[in-house]
Ligand binder design. Sequence first.
Ligand code: ATP
Ligand code: MG
Ligand code: MG
Length: 347
Amino acid sequence: GGTIGILGGGQLGRMIAMAAAQLGYRCHVYEPGRDSVAAEVSAQFTCAPWTDEAALARFAENCDVVTWEFENVPVGPLAAIEHLLAPHPRALETAQDRLKEKCFVESLGGVPAAYAPVDTAEELADAVDRIGAPGILKTRRDGYDGKGQWRLRTARDADAIRLPDAPTVYEGFVEFACEFSVILVRGRDGEVRFWDSPENTHVGGILATSTLPASEMVVQQTPAARALAAQVAEALGYVGVLTLEFFATNEGPVFNEMAPRVHNSGHWTIEGAATSQFENHVRAVCGLPLGDTATTAARVVMTNIIGEDALTAHGCLGDGDAHLHLYGKRQARAGRKMGHVTRIAAR
Ligand code: ATP
Ligand code: MG
Ligand code: MG
């Protein structure tokens, strides 16, 4: 037993807490927002700002280990509780800034899309000149589910863009055949295990589906992508579940971004793998032996339930192959992840 602190109170924290409960742990959620779907399934809840160092210290006093489910937790205040954190906060620091993240992954031999930092309209014009269009302008920090992104169809679109009040990076648009992710878990002893890489589709910048088996192209590009992901994990001294997103292209895997946490494209592992990403994250941060990551189904399709689709989600329960997960969010806003359904075909 013991208490696991979770920074962030969303659905990823909820599913970590549910896996932790099964292994006999209690969870203590720290989240600035009042409504927390993770706190609802946890023993304790601290509702305080990320920058409230006193609240953070009191929270940590009652935890044996602290992890996170939200990748934009400000890193500064975490210094005081670093000894309890898994993964190490250097993973957050790297992943919170798209520019830093790309440079870091490039230094390990990874290939991102062509990119350039952009802070002014002039720099945007130069970047579009050099890299070309189409492309995507992304805020360096705080983006998720495609938020903080502007697509340029032609170089002319650059003139119409009002730059945000924050640093950005311009990326060339990657002509990919499909997208996939590498999801791994690294233990405290450095052991690394991978789940099978799902093929992912996005709609409007939001993950829509994750499917296994993936296409032949993904299967062929997975070894190179895994080698890079393992190097990233090693270089960060990472402990827990780590995800890297890739584009499969004719030139090989192109790195998109990393998430230093459990990931939406790994939700299928709850029913589709011997050990889920959530359970293995708990095992890793608690220093327990890692579980088998093998896929146990012949075919798996995870579909996100977005916005008002949640209102009719129970409709799938008549299908014998459907496993429904609703996150308990009260407001079904457009574009909000409300739940997911995993369809499993037995071996
Ligand atoms: P999340 O963290 O929720 O995955 P995000 O806001 O960080 O999303 P990205 O992963 O950068 O967003 O982009 C979302 C999706 O937009 C990608 O999965 C891909 O489908 C598309 N996309 C992003 N960048 C590019 C690119 N350079 N070329 C082609 N497509 C892209
Ligand atoms: Mg992202
Ligand atoms: Mg992404």
